[in-house]
Structures are given as structure tokens and as C-alpha cells.
Design a protein around this ligand. Structure first.
Ligand code: PHE
Ligand code: ZN
Length: 881
């Protein structure tokens, strides 16, 4: 484990390497504990570079076993080697030279899951961001691109499969019991996209014919016996390939595209050129074991990694500060893909829910950073929701500002201009400036200023002049390292509605650019005047969530109800319903804290139930409308002095009032929203299941009995319904015999399926209340618990810390102390996982004072430990600052 602290990397210090890497030849002799890696690297000195400059290669926990220079032994005074670097001096001034580095590495002992490691008997690699340096000494940075040849030698019986990037060159026997395979990737790539897989796996095969008529072989490798569960992933892959051709004109560029599913993986998946490696959670699915959410995630992540082939691989990042260049853009692309495959407004609602529940707290807390940061201590800690999701929102705003066609023109320019290069955000933005003729300098602040802007709006109607004035003010709060902010260019999609629900078409607008229903807010304060508005309008601001902002706009329940009913943008309808719900939930939390009675506004309850019953709305939308803001959403809106128990109690009371008022509606929906016939994971069927299950949740409040959920559990024929019923039983009636029996049935039925066992752990980790901690501790002793498996750890400890505010945040602080002890333990094996779990503490300052004190002391426990990884030290110090 690297424990070098303090070293900060600054964007301003970027400079190109002194040496250009021409090509890479790797030979692996695989062995579980002693793998030999020979790397032949050909370099030449970059023009103009000081002739005395040495070659500096990165390493991480490496052991050099031999070093050749142009195939000869190198005199010891010409190099210096440590586990972290190899420096070679006295190099030729102009001619290319070859360095052959041999290292011996131990895949079995690699518990960080970075570099070459073993999972269930399979060799696999993870190199982003800086894992390649754990394999060999190398200029391990994204702006060093080269073609790779890879030779793999291994025991034939144990490893019938030998895979790497690019196209297969050939293979043969190699001495007794061994064989080898050779791969060549002609596309110059950075080391973070290198991959190797070896072992014994089953495969699902297909082909795809590209738009220019080339046939590409598609292979998805999974554990033997799991092949049928890869069918949906394969289907999603083919749809992704087609979509990228149709929408962005991007064609695949190798003869083969492979995906390998592994069960130990720190993240979701990895876009290695031609050889994507996936957390098997995002590959494997069948109706019996996968929920609709699992299917949707698989579709999105398969698409995401595939889309990286152009946005990330062919055009890559100059340095890791530019991470959003590939991630934000690729998330945007996978969002667009899913919107086209499913329901656009429903997808948008899900995106915004996710953004607000994950990114907004990050942007509003101690870990806030710009989408394009300017410094970091540990790059692994910057694979954040700000870089990914806010990065996607920024791309989306460019499309909103420019319009669809011009945006596509800009993308086309980007692909043409920068193919094969390692570039920056500035290069990216320039393509859109050139395509549109618009100056995007102010807009670029979205990349550089952290924090969620707050826009405050107020309107007034002048009946005599038939004009409506909308005053807007923007303010971006201070964030670490950025005390003051400049006003941003905020694209607000906006429309005015009349009392009868029709849309006004204003004759003209002063005071702000307003075109294509988008209002450009650019100044700190700005008043837009809409002329020719026949009567007092109801304004809908930030439709489709055109900008990732907080909006303060006092709208009456009647106005919100009108938007909930008539807005043509269904995202905005959902927003109006949420805006109706929130004040009720906030008040309920405050009342619960004071022991006052909790009552819900009638307009809100009526509007919500009307939406639930509205047959003209798609079921998936209705399910989203009925899913009230979560306890964490409510806490975030409260902002300070948070008592998780009061938030919980308040929300429960509101749920119960809605449930009682809408009981007949929910019962009718529960009966009507069945999906007869064979199971299908399509969005429409999933929507019906979502609405039916939401109705079931409300009914469990109205009926105060586990009976209906038990019947649903017994009758379920798919994992969505089954796990939903189990969640209701466990969360709402944890002490009931029904809950206990169902948990036991579920465990014994699925104990051989790791991904379903994860659900079993997660459901129990999420049971609210102070008893959760003891339950979690007991589950850690369960024979099914595996502390070395990241998915299992996230399902138990992660769900507890991120998804159980009353359990994790119990008043005596034991939840925080438990997390601290877990972090210290996990950090010994897997720093990345430890650091990520620790980000669950990021909002600790918003807690009421007693809990905040407990949280601080738990964080200080971690901080004072003497052997912390850089990953955890970075997070804990920033969280406490
Ligand atoms: N680049 C991967 C993705 O988003 C994420 C990842 C980062 C995976 C680092 C592993 C390690 O697609
Ligand atoms: Zn990505």
C-alpha cells in the first residue's frame, strides 16, 4: 500500500514527457504468485529536449528483475531503481533506443485490485488510473500513446483463454503443458487502457455488421454455466453499437470486441480497448435474479463502456485533470442512449434524482471540487459524481445552448480534429465555439467553479401592459479553495402557462436572450420582461432540468398543481409534484423533532393521488411521481441541524396520510398494473411493475399489516417484485414472523448466487432504526459474508452508511465509530474501496450538534491512525477541514 502523503499534483505543472514512446511489446509468463513481465519499450527523445534529461519511468510496489538497454546489460551507474521509479541516464540524443524491463509480480497477493490480480481463479487487470505501473516500469500517464503487442504464456489447462487488447495474432503450444497467444492493438493507446485476462471462462458469441459493412465478432466471457445470463448484455451491446453509428456516426474499429465479467472489481466497469472488463453485477441478468433496475444499469453501463471507444480511447485525456473530458461526455452519451431506448422524461427524472442525491451533497460539502479540478493528491478519489454526473450535465447544457444540430456539428468537429490525440477540456469547448460561432468563455466556468449555483426567481405581472417580469438572481456558494465566484452562463429552459393550461407565446422578450424556449441567465441579477402575455402566467423554470442548479421560486400550491397537470414537459410535471411535496416533508421533519402533530396539505395529497390515477400518464412516470423525496433528499433540503430520526418520522407520517387518502386508488392500481404473460425487461413492463410496487408500498402504510406484502412475496415470479416485497416486509415489519420467514426463504433459495446474496445483505443493512448496527455486525459474521469482495462490502457496509440514515446516524454515534473501524480494516487491503466508503461521512457538518460531534471524533480516529493509504488520508483530511 502506498502511504506517501502530502504530494499534491497541480494542473499548472503539466508538461509533455521528454521521451516519445514509439511502441510497446509485452510478454507475460503467468503464474499465480510469480508472474514474469517483460516490457520492451522503444523511445526517442522529443525534439528540443535537453540532451542530458534522463528517462523516468513510474512504478508502484515493483521489483526489477532485469534491465537491458538496446538488448545489452546496462551499467549500474546509468540507472537508479526503487519500487516507485526507474531512472535511466546518459541516453542517445536523437536515435531511438530500446529499454527491456523485467519485473516479477504477485497477482494472488494483489488485494487492491489494481494492476494484475486474481479473482475466482481468473487473471485480470485494472489499470485506470495508475495501475499499469504496478505491472511494469512505464511512463504511466494518459498522454503517452503507443501501439501494443502482447504475448501471454500460461498453463494450458488452467488458462485455456488468453486475452488482451486489439486483434488476435495467433497462438500455439509452448513447451509442456503451456501455450501462448499474441495480440496486437494497432490503435495507439495510453497504458490505462491496457488489459489482460487469462483463465477458464464460458462465452456468449455474436456478430455485428458495422455501417461500412465490416463484421465484428462480439464475445462476452462469464463463469461457466452463467452464459444464459449474458444474453441481455449482448443485446444491449448490439443496440449501443448501432446507436453510436446512427446518432454520432461512430463506427467500431477492431475485428473483435470482448467483455469479461469478473466478481471482484472496485468500480462498475472499464473501457480497455477491445477488451472491456466488467463487474459481473453489470453483465449478468435473468428474470429470476435481476431487477428492472439491474437491467437498466446493465444497458447503461454496457453502452457507457462501448461509447468510450471514441470518447476516451481514440480521443483520450492529456492528463488526469481532464477526466471529465471522457467521463462527463460519455455519461452524457449513455444518458442519451437510454433516453432513446426508454422513456426520455422518466429517464430524465431518474438522472436528476441521482444527481441531486449524490452530486449535490458532494458539491455542497467538504469534498466539493470543480468538474475540471486543478489539483489532487490521489487521482482515484476524483472518480466522483461531480466529474461524471455534473460533467454530463455540463455537456448537456452545451447541447441546450447550441441546439441539437449545432451540438452535433461540434461533436463531429471534435471527432475529426482530435482523433488519435490526448486533449483537454479547452480543446473540447473550442470545437463547439467553432461550430456555433458562440463565445463559451463564461460558460466554461461550469468546468472551473465548484458548487451548485442557487438561482432565486420572482415574477410580477402587469395586467395593463400585458407584460410579465421575471427577476433572476444567481449565487454560487463558496467551496474549498474557492471563496468567491463569478456569475455563470445558465441556460434555463422556460415556458409560461395560462390558467387553462395552454402555453403563452410571448410577442417579445427584453432583458435576456430568450430563444427556443431557453432563457440565458448570464449576469448576477437580470430581469427578463415577456411582452404580449394576455393574463397572469404560471411560469415553469428549468424545465427538463436544463441547468444543474438549486432554484428558489415561491410558487403557490395552486400554480404547482397547474404545472403538475398541464406542463407539456413531463419532467417539469414531476418537478412540480416534488415542489409540492417538499415543504410538507420539511415541515413534517421539524414538527417531528418538536413532537408537534404532523399534517399534510390537502392540495398536495389530492394532486398526487390524481396523478397516480391519471391513465394518460405512463406508469413509470406515475411511479416516479409517487416516490417521495428520500430521507437524504429531505435532509439536504433542510441543510443544517439534521436529526435523521425526525426526518424519518416525519416522512413516515406523510406516507401514511397519503396512503390512507389514496387507499382505493392504490388498491386499484395494484390489481390493474399486472404484467401478464412471459417476463420482459422492457421499459414499459418495468414501468407497470414500478407503479404496482409503489402502490404496494403505500398499501403497507394504509393497511399496517404485512399480509399483502407477504402474498406478493409468495406470488412473485421475478426479482423486481420479489425483492420489493421482501424490502417492504423487512423495512416496515422487521420484527414480524413474515419478514423473518421471507428473509430465510430468500437466503436459502439464492445463497449460491452472489449477486442476489448482495441484495439480501443490502435489504437488511437498510432496515431503519438504531437496531441496524447490531444487525449489520451480526451479518458480518454470516458465512455468506466475504470481506474481500467489493460488491459484498458495498452491499452491507455501503448500504448501511449511505442508505440508512437512522441506523448509521443513530444518536449515540456508534454507527460512525463502526464505520471508522471498518475503514481502517478495509484500508489495509483495498484503499480505493475504503476511501469510497468513507465519503459517506461527507455531510457530517449538517447534522445536529451531538451527532456532528460523534461524527467528528470518528473521523479523527481514522485521521490519527499511523498507516493510512494516500486514498483514505486524502478523504479524511478534506472531510475534516
Ligand atoms: N473508466 C471507468 C468508467 O467509467 C471507471 C473506472 C475508473 C473503472 C477507475 C476502474 C477504475 O467507465
Ligand atoms: Zn466511463
Amino acid at each position: 500500500m502506498r502511504t506517501d502523503t502530502g504530494q499534491v499534483i497541480n494542473l499548472a505543472d503539466y508538461r509533455p514527457t521528454d521521451f516519445v514512446l514509439e511502441r510497446v511489446d509485452l510478454t507475460f509468463e503467468l503464474d499465480p504468485t510469480e508472474t514474469k513481465v517483460e516490457a520492451r519499450l522503444i523511445f526517442h527523445r522529443r525534439e528540443g529536449v535537453d540532451p542530458s534529461a534522463p528517462l523516468i519511468l513510474d512504478g508502484d510496489e515493483l521489483n526489477l528483475s532485469s534491465l537491458l538497454f538496446d538488448q545489452n546489460e546496462l551499467a549500474p551507474e546509468r540507472y537508479t531503481v526503487t519500487p516507485e521509479s526507474l531512472v535511466i541516464r546518459d541516453l542517445p540524443e536523437t536515435v531511438p533506443f530500446e529499454v527491456t524491463v523485467t519485473t516479477i509480480i504477485n497477482p494472488e497477493a494483489n488485494t487492491q485490485l489494481m494492476g494484475l490480480y486474481r479473482t475466482s481463479g481468473i487473471y485480470c487487470t485494472q489499470c485506470e488510473a495508475e495501475g499499469f505501473r504496478r505491472i511494469t516500469y512505464f511512463p504511466d500517464r494518459p498522454d503517452v500513446l503507443a501501439p501494443y503487442t502482447v504475448n501471454i504464456i500460461a498453463d494450458k489447462d488452467a488458462n485455456p483463454l488468453l486475452l488482451s487488447n486489439g486483434n488476435f495474432l495467433g497462438g500455439a503450444g509452448y513447451g509442456p503443458g503451456k501455450h501462448f497467444a499474441a495480440w496486437f492493438d494497432p490503435h495507439p493507446k495510453p497504458s490505462y487502457l491496457f488489459a489482460l485476462v487469462a483463465g477458464d471462462l464460458g462465452v456468449v458469441e455474436d456478430t455485428f455488421t458495422t455501417m461500412s459493412g465490416r463484421e465484428v465478432v462480439l464475445k462476452i466471457y462469464v463463469e461457466h454455466g452463467k452464459e444464459p445470463r449474458a444474453a441481455y448484455a449482448m443485446d444491449a451491446l448490439k443496440r449501443s453499437m448501432k446507436w453510436d453509428e446512427e446518432v454520432f456516426g461512430r463506427e467500431y474499429d477492431l475485428d473483435i470486441f470482448m467483455i469479461v465479467a469478473v466478481s471482484d472489481f472496485n468500480m462498475g466497469a472499464m473501457e480497455n480497448k477491445g477488451l472491456n472488463i466488467f463487474n459481473d453485477k453489470y453483465v449478468l441478468a435473468d428474470p429470476e435474479t435481476a431487477t428492472d433496475a439491474d437491467y437498466a444499469n446493465i444497458e447503461a453501463i454496457i453502452a457507457h463502456e462501448y461509447f468510450h471507444n471514441w470518447t476516451g480511447n481514440r480521443i483520450t485525456c492529456r492528463d488526469w485533470f481532464q477526466l471529465c473530458l471522457k467521463e462527463g461526455l460519455t455519461v452524457y452519451r449513455d444518458h442519451e442512449f437510454s433516453s432513446d431506448q426508454r422513456s426520455r422524461p422518466v429517464k430524465r427524472i431518474a438522472e436528476v434524482r441521482h444527481l441531486k442525491s449524490e452530486q449535490f451533497p458532494e458539491d455542497g460539502g467538504p469534498l466539493a471540487h470543480p468538474v475540471r479540478p486543478t489539483k489532487y493528491r490521489e487521482i482515484n478519489n476524483f472518480y466522483t459524481t461531480t466529474v461524471y454526473e455534473k460533467g454530463s450535465e455540463v455537456t448537456r447544457m452545451i447541447a441546450t445552448l447550441l441546439g441539437r444540430e449545432t451540438f452535433k456539428k461540434g461533436m463531429g468537429l471534435y471527432f475529426d480534429r482530435h482523433d488519435g490525440q490526448a486533449v483537454t477540456i479547452e480543446d473540447f469547448v473550442k470545437c463547439f465555439e467553432d461550430a456555433s460561432g458562440r463565445d463559451l468563455a463564461q460558460f466554461s466556468l461550469w468546468y472551473h467553479q465548484a458548487g451548485t449555483p442557487l438561482v432565486t426567481a420572482s415574477g410580477s405581472y402587469d395586467a395593463g401592459a400585458k407584460s410579465f417580469s421575471l427577476s433572476l438572481e444567481q449565487m454560487t456558494p463558496a467551496t474549498p479553495g474557492q471563496p468567491t465566484k463569478e456569475p455563470m452562463h445558465i441556460p434555463l429552459s422556460l415556458a409560461l402557462f395560462a390558467e387553462d393550461g395552454s402555453k403563452f407565446e410571448p410577442a417579445s422578450v427584453d432583458g435576456a436572450e430568450y430563444a427556443g424556449e431557453v432563457l440565458h441567465l448570464t449576469a448576477r441579477t437580470q430581469t427578463a420582461v415577456f411582452h404580449g402575455v394576455a393574463s397572469r402566467p404560471v411560469v415553469s423554470i428549468n424545465r427538463s432540468f436544463s441547468a444543474p442548479i438549486n432554484l428558489h421560486f415561491d410558487q403557490s400550491p395552486a400554480d404547482l398543481a397547474l404545472l403538475a397537470r398541464y406542463e407539456t414537459d413531463h419532467f417539469a410535471r414531476w418537478q412540480a409534484l416534488t415542489d409540492l411535496a417538499l415543504p410538507n416533508l420539511l415541515k413534517a421533519a421539524r414538527d417531528a423533532r418538536e413532537g408537534a402533530p404532523i399534517v399534510c396539505e390537502q392540495t398536495f395529497v389530492d394532486t398526487l393521488i390524481a396523478a397516480a390515477a391519471d391513465e394518460s400518464l405512463e406508469p413509470a412516470f406515475r411511479a416516479q411521481a409517487l416516490a417521495l423525496p428520500s430521507e437524504s433528499d429531505i435532509a439536504r433540503e433542510l441543510g443544517s441541524n439534521i436529526d435523521p430520526d425526525a426526518v424519518h418520522a416525519g416522512r413516515q407520517a406523510i406516507m401514511k396520510q397519503i396512503a390512507e387518502a389514496g387507499k382505493a386508488t392504490f388498491a386499484a392500481l395494484y390489481d390493474a398494473m399486472t404484467t401478464p404473460g412471459e417476463f420482459s425487461p422492457d421499459a414499459k413492463s418495468a414501468g407497470r411493475r414500478a407503479l404496482r410496487n409503489t402502490a404496494l408500498t403505500y398499501l403497507s402504510y394504509a393497511e399496517s399489516s404485512p399480509a399483502r406484502a407477504k402474498a406478493a412475496f409468495d406470488g412473485a415470479n421475478n426479482m423486481t417484485d420479489l425483492s420489493h416485497a421482501l424490502t417492504i416486509l423487512a423495512h416496515r415489519f422487521p420484527d414480524s414472523a413474515e419478514a423473518k420467514a421471507a428473509l430465510e426463504t430468500f437466503r436459502s433459495r439464492f445463497q449460491d448466487n452472489a449477486l442476489v446474496v448482495d441484495k439480501w445483505f443490502a435489504i437488511q443493512a437498510g432496515i431503519p432504526g438504531p437496531g441496524a448496527l447490531d444487525r449489520v455486525k451480526a451479518l458480518m459474521e454470516n458465512p455468506l459474508f466475504k470481506r474481500t469482495n467489493p460488491n459484498r462490502m458495498r452491499s452491507l457496509v455501503g448500504t448501511f452508511a449511505f442508505g440508512n440514515p437512522t441506523g448509521f446516524g443513530r444518536a449515540d454515534g456508534e454507527g460512525y465509530r463502526f464505520l471508522a473501524s471498518q475503514i481502517l480494516d478495509i484500508d489495509q487491503r483495498n484503499p480505493q474501496l475504503a476511501a469510497r466508503l468513507l465519503t459517506s461521512m461527507r455531510s457530517w457538518r449538517s447534522l445536529e450538534s451531538a451527532r456532528a460531534d460523534h461524527a467528528r471524533s470518528a473521523l479523527m480516529e481514522i485521521e490519527k491512525a499511523d498507516s493510512l493509504s494516500t486514498d483514505v488520508r486524502d478523504i479524511v483530511e478534506r472531510t475534516l477541514k
